[in-house]
Design a protein around this ligand. Structure first.
Ligand SMILES: NC(=O)C1=CN([C@@H]2O[C@H](COP(=O)(O)OP(=O)(O)OC[C@H]3O[C@@H](n4cnc5c(N)ncnc54)[C@H](O)[C@@H]3O)[C@@H](O)[C@H]2O)C=CC1
Ligand SMILES: O=C(O)C(=O)CO
Length: 334
């Protein structure tokens, strides 16, 4: 028998699906920490939030599966040193988060976020153009200078930080809209059919300089923490937009706020924040060039079943002694 401890507890429907994997599996779905502390002594596998307290009494632990893709809240020094293997939930959210990002991009390109502010006041006001009239058509005697307040997406470029499962899907969708696409990543070398050469991370400055939309799709790691400070905002185009669906800790919130207040960048689409929930009094809430979603970019009807399937697939691998489908590096946090 192999013992799997689950803590915090999950619903009985998922438990019965897990149990179907093998008759040789004994599952403990612990409700209370006292029960988890007792049961982890003999468990070989753990699904949930491992803590130093739990790990300290685990005598037989070989595998820990986290319930999230990101690992910053799951990794601690004793776990790094422990011989157990760690798996995460990456690779489940690629399409839905890419859709969310393209939603931000299209709103900014077409000013939909601004028109929604106007709509709340029944205010009919074309943005940009001459005397409030957009000059998408020029006639005799009219000013022919191009009005750049509504962007043509296929003239725009998008740069992604982290071309993993989510990042590469963002690249594919942006390319389908005719955008020029760039990415930096320490491991991914190409995005098939879209980017022949993903740049090394030391070319971040180059990516920031050429991208109209800069998208963070990387994990929070010791290397990415505060990757975006004032210097990086100054390296972006002043007409550029930042979109962050990776992790809040990658962007210094104060520096981002100042960059927006000083018009160093044109706007931001944010799903994740250094402080969550974003405090009610934070100045970002009232900036009309900022779109905020409350860490829900992964919300979707399909994600729960993918979540369970990833867990089951890793469990099958564990029982069969095969390599996991989502192995994670405890030192690198992804
Ligand atoms: N907003 C939300 O609700 C959600 C956010 N996420 C975030 O998205 C992240 C990525 O998820 P997946 O694409 O599924 O993971 P993934 O593991 O497939 O991709 C991560 C990519 O980031 C790259 N990377 C690592 N260090 C980097 C660095 N220093 N600079 C640039 N790239 C770097 C990796 O090489 C990898 O290609 C997660 O770690 C999590 O933080 C994930 C799910 C939901
Ligand atoms: O899995 C993650 O890292 C998430 O942010 C889920 O929303």
């Amino acid at each position: 028998m192999t013992k799997l401890l689950i803590y915090p507890e999950i619903d009985s429907e998922r438990i019965s699906k897990i149990q179907k994997i093998s008759d040789e599996l004994s599952i403990c779905n612990a409700k209370e920490i006292s029960e988890a502390l007792q049961e982890i002594k003999t468990a070989e596998a753990f699904f949930g939030k491992i803590t130093p307290q739990l790990l300290a009494v685990a005598e037989n632990l070989k595998w820990v599966q986290t319930p999230t893709a990101s690992l910053e809240h799951y990794v601690f020094p004793e776990l790094v040193e422990h011989p157990c293997q760690l798996t995460n939930m990456r690779g489940l959210f690629y399409d839905v988060i890419a859709d969310h990002v393209l939603g931000f991009v299209i709103c900014f390109a077409r000013n939909l976020h601004l028109y929604i502010w106007q709509q709340t006041e029944s205010h009919w006001q074309p943005i940009g153009g001459q005397a409030g009239k957009p000059n998408f058509v020029t006639g005799p005697g009219q000013e022919s200078e191009v009005d750049r307040s509504h962007l043509h997406l296929s003239d725009c470029s998008l740069g992604v930080i982290g071309a993993g499962s989510i990042g590469s899907e963002i690249c594919k969708r942006a390319a389908a809209f005719g955008m020029t696409v760039y990415a930096v990543d320490p491991y991914t070398k190409e995005v098939p059919g879209v980017i022949d050469e993903v740049w090394e991370v030391n070319r971040l400055e180059d990516l920031l300089a050429v991208s109209d939309f800069v998208v963070i799709a990387a994990p929070h790691t010791p290397q990415t923490e505060k990757m975006f400070r004032t210097k990086q905002f100054q390296q972006m185009k002043s007409t550029g937009y930042l979109i962050n669906i990776g992790r809040g800790a990658i962007v210094d919130l104060q520096d981002l706020t100042s960059a927006l207040q000083n018009s160093e960048i044109a706007g931001a689409g944010l799903d994740v924040f250094e402080i969550e929930p974003l405090p009610k009094e934070h100045p970002l809430w009232s900036m009309e060039n900022v779109m905020i979603t409350p860490h829900i970019a992964a919300a979707s009807t399909r994600v729960p079943e993918r979540h369970l399937e990833t867990m089951l697939e890793n469990l099958r691998c564990f029982l069969a002694g095969k390599p996991f489908v989502t192995p994670a590096d405890k030192r690198q946090w992804f």
